[in-house]
Design a protein around this ligand. Structure first.
Ligand SMILES: Nc1ncnc2c1ncn2[C@@H]1O[C@H](COP(=O)(O)OP(=O)(O)OP(=O)(O)O)[C@@H](O)[C@H]1O
Length: 391
């Protein structure tokens, strides 16, 4: 028995080495944080010692350790507890007050930029370098146009912002920028010191869009290298200040421009928006493949226009079929982040420049966007904790 347990423990520790430490340095095993391993049959329990000041933010770490433990051969159940280390020096900052959106981490909880993942096929030199001051860059993409990618991007951004994070939005849709309309902004961007562009601000978000740089239609004749140059400038030569997260509203589709962008921006993850129709889902699958090819983690799939909600009776109708994106997410092992109904209020508020998360924060739809943002953020945190786990 003793021999068998020793082998099992070694395998478990091997799995747990994939889990990064609370401050994303080293792993929980080598840092000596795992203790009290008990194996009873196929059930496992152990503790992870964590600093008191971070204790209330480390549920994703606990969950990641549980997931890793369950991947060990023969383990059917795992109970992992966080043990608070009270011996930590008192100079540490006190715990931050809890703000809204329960499982969305607070700005102070944002881990430092993710360790570099395996390099994509041919990134431009220096292209993947982190953008100073920005904690995480997340792409919101769709396989085809018109599925509500921009509407989803802006409402997710506002939901993250409402949870206390510092958020920016980069409208990377060179040919059809939507952010000026969605956020009720107009005008041209100004250059500050060293020709750095000054972002616009709306509802507390920092915003940059091609719509602030050139006249509509000017960019339509642009080809690959010019588009990439403009996008690089909008990403790196903007006075973003300190941001916890930058949401990039990608151009629709999965062509060369999208691939180059996915390959040439230091993305921490991608969210795919799809409607439930088969055709949209086929295109969404192409989007998923594209990000996987360049090693950008998929944070999840959102089904937009999932069902029609009757404004009078509240009844639901599945106009385009329903649940296809969830099934697709399950099929490929990507998280499913949520379903957004087809609701007149979403269209009207977006087109009116006051997205629903800010214009009607108590609505059911605003709650849905907050839940999606929260699930996405939790997934990002887990992804960072497990990052580099294969190596
Ligand atoms: N859940 C929804 N309910 C009602 N209308 C919606 C919903 N989502 C998006 N829309 C509307 O659908 C239209 C297209 O949405 P949006 O511009 O966000 O799509 P997109 O995928 O970004 O499009 P493009 O490919 O042009 O960039 C807009 O008029 C928007 O207001």
């Amino acid at each position: 028995m003793g021999f068998a347990v020793t082998i099992a423990t070694a395998q478990i520790l091997d799995q747990l080495k994939r889990v990064k430490g609370p401050e994303l340095i080293g792993n929980i095993v080598d840092l000596g944080l795992v203790s009290g391993i008990v194996i009873e049959g196929d059930q496992l329990s152990f503790s992870i010692t964590v600093p008191a000041r971070l204790a209330d933010q480390l549920e994703p770490l606990r969950a990641a350790a549980e997931k890793a433990a369950l991947a060990s051969p023969g383990v059917a159940g795992a109970q992992v507890t966080l043990k608070v280390d009270d011996t930590e020096e008192t100079a540490s900052p006190p715990p931050q007050p809890v703000r809204s959106a329960p499982s969305v981490s607070q700005s102070e909880a944002i881990p430092p930029p993710m360790q570099k993942r395996a390099p994509p096929p041919t990134p431009a030199p220096g292209a993947k370098a982190p953008v100073p001051g920005i904690g995480a860059i997340i792409a919101v993409a769709s396989g085809k146009g018109g599925v509500g990618k921009s509407t989803t991007s802006v409402n997710i951004a506002l939901a993250l912002q409402a949870s206390g994070l510092r958020v920016g939005v980069l409208d990377a849709d060179i040919y059809g920028p939507s952010m000026p309309r969605l956020l009720g902004l107009s005008g041209r961007t100004q250059s500050g010191e060293n020709r750095v562009l000054i972002p616009f601000e709306a509802f507390g978000l920092k915003v940059m869009s091609m719509g602030f740089i050139v006249e509509e239609d000017t960019a339509t004749a642009w080809r690959g290298p010019m588009v990439m140059q403009a996008l690089t400038q909008m990403l790196r030569e903007v006075a973003w200040g300190e941001l916890d997260v930058l949401i990039v509203d990608m151009p629709p589709g999965t062509g060369d421009a999208q691939l180059t962008l996915a390959q040439n921006a230091p993305l921490a993850g991608a969210v795919i928006v799809s409607t439930p129709q088969d055709l949209a889902l086929i295109d969404a699958r192409k989007g998923l493949k594209m990000f996987r090819k360049v090693d950008v983690p998929i944070l999840g799939i959102v089904e937009n226009m999932s069902y029609f909600q009757c404004p009078d009776c509240g009844g639901r109708q599945s106009v385009f079929g329903h649940g296809g994106a969830r099934a697709e997410a399950e099929r490929i092992g990507a998280p499913f982040l949520g379903e957004v109904p087809l609701v007149m209020a979403i269209r009207a508020t977006s087109d009116g420049g006051t997205p629903i998360v800010v214009s009607d924060p108590d609505s059911e739809q605003a709650r849905i966007y907050r839940d999606i943002a929260s699930a996405m953020w939790t997934r990002l945190t887990e992804e960072r904790i497990l990052a580099g786990g294969q190596g």
